[in-house]
Design a protein around this ligand. Structure first.
Ligand SMILES: [Zn+2]
Length: 234
């Protein structure tokens, strides 16, 4: 594929998934060798587990955060952030909760599954941004409930406002680039078909074929760390 000048597209969406972070060494949650192959999510990643033992669940997620902080954004993250800085119509929609895009200086990232760097009140959604401060029991300033990680757990619904924003951006996109996403996790998995129903140019960057590959007209079978800097210019 020839390098693409993004300035010819008014609205561009980069949709990123676990593969983007895995290239930086961030452990993945699903699939062979993933976190859920080693830990029972029923004990660590659902509201019931948190209600039963918040300290255990917070400690588990604190460990995940430590692993993420030990990893560095790669050239694909950095290049994407630079492109965003040059192109006001470029949006980053991610399934990742690790904040790697932001560490590479991306801004206003649409985080479909929330962020490991925030806590929230399960009762009324009040959010507290901790940045890198350690997860510990914190009480909601309004209702006193123990704040939980602001990420989408099993059996959680996604944040409706965030999801609606992602839908809107994707419907309006003239260029849609999926990077390192297997597409199997709903409701995020519904967003690629949504892009395909419109008139966007559809590009998949992934070393492997995925279940959604058929929805893309163009496929780049290489890692994001090399493909993104090589293929996209402002
Ligand atoms: Zn509250």
């Amino acid at each position: 594929m020839e390098p693409i000048s993004l300035s010819q597209y008014e609205r561009v969406v980069f949709f990123t998934g676990a593969g983007m972070s895995a290239e930086s060494g961030v452990p993945t949650y699903r699939g062979r060798g993933g976190i859920w192959a080693q830990y029972r999510w029923e004990e660590y990643a659902c509201q019931d587990a948190f209600d039963a033992d918040p300290d255990k669940v917070l400690a588990f997620h604190q460990q995940r955060r430590g692993r993420v902080l030990a990893c560095q954004p790669h050239a694909g993250h950095s290049h994407l952030a630079a492109l965003q800085g040059a192109h006001p119509g470029l949006s980053i929609v991610t399934q990742n909760t690790d904040g790697m895009h932001q560490r590479a200086s991306a801004r206003d990232v649409v985080e479909l599954h929330g962020s490991l760097w925030r806590l929230r009140c399960a009762r009324h959604g009040r959010i507290e941004d901790l940045a890198a401060a350690e997860y510990a029991r914190r009480a909601c300033a309004e209702c006193g409930a123990t704040l939980r990680p602001d990420i989408t757990w099993f059996a959680d619904s996604v944040n409706a406002a965030v999801f609606a924003r992602a839908q809107r951006l994707i419907e309006q996109a003239q260029l849609f680039v999926a990077v390192g996403t297997s597409g199997i996790v709903y409701p995020a998995a519904g967003l690629v078909p949504l892009a395909a129903r419109g008139s966007a140019r559809m590009i998949e960057i992934n070393p492997d074929q995925t279940e959604l590959s058929g929805l893309f007209a163009e496929h780049v079978r290489e890692p994001a760390g090399t493909a993104v800097p090589r293929l996209f210019k402002y």
